[in-house]
Design a protein around this ligand. Structure first.
Ligand SMILES: C[S@@+](CC[C@H](N)C(=O)[O-])C[C@H]1O[C@@H](n2cnc3c(N)ncnc32)[C@H](O)[C@@H]1O
Length: 218
């Protein structure tokens, strides 16, 4: 399978899941929990330029906009973005959504103070490439906020990608905090800090080990 076939397979999967994705989603059940933890991880005293990579139905983008930031958000799936746009409209939040693959995102270098990427690294064939994009679009001193989990710990939270697609994704079983720290360091980020201890209740069912890490572009 070529890289573009992998991306097309992933996009088609999320297009088909979009109508039901928000049904039991953690950010819909407990939006305040996520807003609190993301606010701490952002460590932003004033409105910032935020980009959400792989925004899906807009969880991080909407939380960032609710915190008063200027938000752009990209995703490959038109259907996921349709749900995100409707959620933003309903919440009267201003987010600029763009349908594009992360690797092809038309985002100016050094145009963001904060980049979020939640629950996306596990579904990428080349997760390091997404972190390179994040690094390129961040300003000096900007921060990336990465969240993901070890999804194999709770089968009910796992994707049901076709086997030939799943085996091309290096973190299809999910990521540990240590995996993410290594990826961030390899991508040139520093000052990696964990925030998941701030969740007052576990954000996902099934005791999935999850992390929220921030790191800085020096
Ligand atoms: C598990 S969902 C997470 C959505 C959202 N970040 C959240 O935390 O709820 C993964 C999302 O990543 C998107 N995605 C996966 N690979 C992508 C790529 N290469 N470029 C853009 N979006 C991608 C999918 O379309 C999907 O919406």
């Amino acid at each position: 399978m070529s890289a573009s076939e992998v991306a097309a397979g992933v996009t088609a999967y999320w297009d088909s899941r979009a109508p039901h994705f928000n049904g039991a989603a953690s950010h819909v059940r407990t939006p305040d929990l996520w807003e609190e933890v993301l606010a701490a991880a952002f460590a932003a005293g004033e409105p910032k330029d935020v980009v959400d990579l792989g925004t899906g139905t807009g969880a991080c983008a909407l939380a960032a906009a609710a915190l008063g930031h200027r938000v752009r958000a990209v995703d490959g799936s038109a259907e996921m973005l349709g749900v995100a746009r409707e959620a933003a409209r309903h919440a009267m939040l201003d987010v600029q959504f763009v349908q594009t693959l992360i690797a092809e995102a038309p985002l100016e270098p050094a145009s963001a103070d904060i980049v979020t990427i939640r629950n996306v690294l596990w579904t990428l064939e080349r997760p390091a490439e997404a972190l390179e994009v994040a690094r390129r679009i961040l300003r000096q001193g900007g921060r990336i906020v990465v969240s993901d989990g070890l999804w194999s710990a709770a089968p009910e939270n796992r994707s049901d990608y076709a086997a030939e697609l799943a085996r091309l994704l290096p973190f299809h079983a999910g990521l540990t905090e240590a995996d993410a720290r290594d990826l961030l360091t390899e991508a040139g980020f520093t000052d990696t800090t964990a925030w998941q201890h701030l969740f007052r209740t576990p954000p996902y069912p099934g005791d999935v080990p999850v992390f929220v890490l921030s790191a800085v572009k020096r």
